[in-house]
Design a protein around this ligand. Structure first.
Ligand code: GCB
Length: 581
């Protein structure tokens, strides 16, 4: 899926701004046909979660309506016109000028509609219905009752009752882009890179919307080179392999990018052009190692969240820049998009700045109760497809994570994850696939996952207050998991809550000293284990959660930075450890 772009053949218009909005707890909009427009709206900012914009919105997760009106920019006649949503959480339904365009389930992944036949040059009205309800048959789930209720003391029984430990922010959370392409247009581009000695191999596949006769020209520019290839489309697909002599490889220390342009030509005239940055690099699992460009790589960094005051999970470019600056400052080289795909803007900068990303689907807190299992499987399959389709061309993405901390129960969990794993590999044979587990030793999916990602809170949820005892348990536990599965292992979560400004010597739980100590001791242990390929502290920043006794101020305080990005003691310790590495 191509991100909309602006060039002599393509245009886009960002519909971000103030839209009309209303909550609809009684669902009257459906009966009254709000799809034909409404006039009781109050202004709302798009993109942003709705929860912190209004007094009465914080815990409201039900139905709500958005509306905006727009004219087309001049010169868009004879174009193919699309409406693209970057992320709407959770269920979206869209009407244009009273016609239902379609819907989408699941926040955090883009969807779009071809509106060429319905859009007018002037006076268009678009209505979006959003339903943010938490339900047991949605992914991620919420309001689960009975024996499957989450065993985590941190969020069992919290309000709102999410089956995961972050606030279920709702609304239109990323930009809505109106964009135009030529009638003969490129639909998708897929890039895979490999190495042959010092040369890079860039395999490009371009797809267009129809089967008409056409040819494709490929240009690769950068680092003193301009290479090209030309081929005819076979049906809707054209492929080329470009050899890059003495390639400038992409890595965290040298995030070298080339510019790839694909031209769609008919009767020798260029009809469409799409340009994207690409990085030449390989990612391979070899024994207990993860190799980037043939060299072992060790991940330092965080599990994170898209979360900031007032905007909630809404895209805020300045916070993205700030977070990368802090990650550079502290010496992180990587992060996981826990527990859902992050914005495309975030990944664009990961490519440019040289961060390694474990890209995760929104499948967090999965459980395996029989009813609804099939529905959850379909959704998880949809998520992995949408994620790979969206992010496949980012050199920064080094691994796909199909789920975080499922409540895996045999026998259902194994075939469930086998299917997701196979799908991810079928879509992309160039990256390892993982599952992030808290079950550990008994996680049957580890038998086929390429890398073992394990979350552990020794010295916090268990062995709380006793760090040496926690480290002893962790050591034996990791060795046992590695011995059983014999694959590289990353500790993708560990840490402790620290309420900023709380101090204790000797360290006590919730103090900054305790958090710094647990992180330091854990890292010390990990460095002694040759099969460990990475350490991701949970979390980079404090983040908003549901309310409950385990979450002071409705925040998870495991950030080494506060929610407003001020360093705690642990951040300074990490900086010493990671910058010395
Ligand atoms: C976990 C979850 C994460 C929580 C964290 C915690 O294992 O993956 O979402 O926030 O523990 O702090 O409890």
């Amino acid at each position: 899926m191509l991100y909309p772009q602006f060039n002599p053949f393509r245009q886009l218009h960002d519909l971000s701004g103030f839209w009309d909005f209303c909550f609809d707890p009684e669902r009257v909009g459906e009966a009254q046909g709000w799809g034909s427009g409404f006039d009781h709206g109050r202004p709302i900012a798009v993109p942003a979660s709705w929860n912190d914009q209004f007094e009465d919105g914080r815990d409201y997760l039900g139905l709500a309506w958005y509306q905006t009106c727009f004219d087309l920019p001049w010169g868009w006649q004879d174009k193919r016109i699309f409406m693209r949503f970057g992320s709407v959480n959770y269920l979206a339904d869209v009407w244009l000028n009273g016609t239902h365009l379609g819907g989408h389930e699941g926040g955090h992944l883009p969807f779009e509609f071809d509106i060429t036949a319905l859009v007018n040059p002037q006076g268009n009205c678009m209505v979006v219905r959003v339903d943010g309800e938490l339900a047991y048959d949605r992914v991620p789930p919420g309001n689960v009752t009975g024996e499957d209720i989450d065993f985590f003391p941190s969020h069992a029984g919290n309000y709102p009752q999410a089956q995961f430990d972050f606030f279920p922010f709702c609304g239109i959370q990323r930009p809505v882009l109106l964009y135009a392409t030529p009638l003969q247009a490129l639909q998708d581009i897929t890039v895979a890179t490999d190495l042959s000695g010092r040369d890079g191999k860039v395999q490009v596949r371009a797809q267009k919307y129809d089967q008409t006769e056409a040819s494709a020209r490929f240009y690769l520019r950068g680092h003193g080179l301009e290479l090209s290839a030309e081929t005819r489309f076979n049906g809707d697909t054209a492929e080329a392999l470009i050899s890059v002599p003495d390639a400038a490889l992409w890595s965290p220390t040298t995030p070298n990018l080339y510019e790839l342009s694909v031209e769609l030509c008919q009767a020798d005239a260029v009809q469409d052009v799409y340009t994207l940055p690409i990085g030449i690099r390989t990612v391979v699992v070899d024994g207990d190692k993860l190799l980037l460009n043939g060299q072992p790589i060790y991940l330092t960094g965080f599990g994170r969240h898209e979360d900031f005051p007032v905007v909630g999970r809404g895209l805020l470019p300045a916070v993205i820049v700030k977070d990368y600056a802090l990650m550079k400052w502290i010496g992180a080289n990587s992060f996981r998009t826990s527990h859902y795909p992050y914005s495309e803007e975030m990944l664009e900068l990961a490519d440019r700045l040289g961060f390694l990303v474990i890209a995760e689907t929104p499948a967090v807190g999965l459980y395996f109760r029989e009813d609804g299992l099939e529905r959850r499987r379909e959704l998880c399959m949809q998520y992995i497809r949408e994620l790979v389709t969206r992010d496949k061309n980012h050199p920064s993405v080094i691994m796909w994570s199909v789920a975080n901390e499922p409540h895996s129960k045999p026998p259902e969990a194994r075939p469930f994850f086998r299917q997701l794993y196979d799908e991810a590999h079928a879509l992309d044979a160039t990256r390892p696939v993982t599952l992030v587990s808290t079950v550990g030793l008994a996680e049957e999916a580890f038998e086929f996952c390429d890398v073992l990602c394990v979350n552990r809170y020794n010295g916090w949820y268990i062995q709380g207050g006793n760090i040496p005892e926690g480290i002893r348990h962790l050591s034996g536990d990791l060795d046992a998991i590695h011995q059983k599965y014999g694959k590289p292992l990353a500790l993708t979560e560990f840490g402790a809550d620290a309420v900023s400004g709380m101090h204790a010597q000797p360290p006590e739980m919730f103090s900054e000293e305790y958090q710094a100590e647990i992180i330091e001791r854990t890292i010390e242990l990990l460095r002694q284990k040759p099969y460990v390929i990475g350490e991701h502290v949970w979390n980079m920043c404090d983040f908003k959660t549901s309310q409950g006794v385990g979450r002071v101020g409705a925040l998870n305080h495991k950030g080494v930075f506060t929610r407003d990005r001020r360093p705690k003691l642990a951040a300074h310790r990490l900086r010493e450890l990671w910058r010395a590495k």
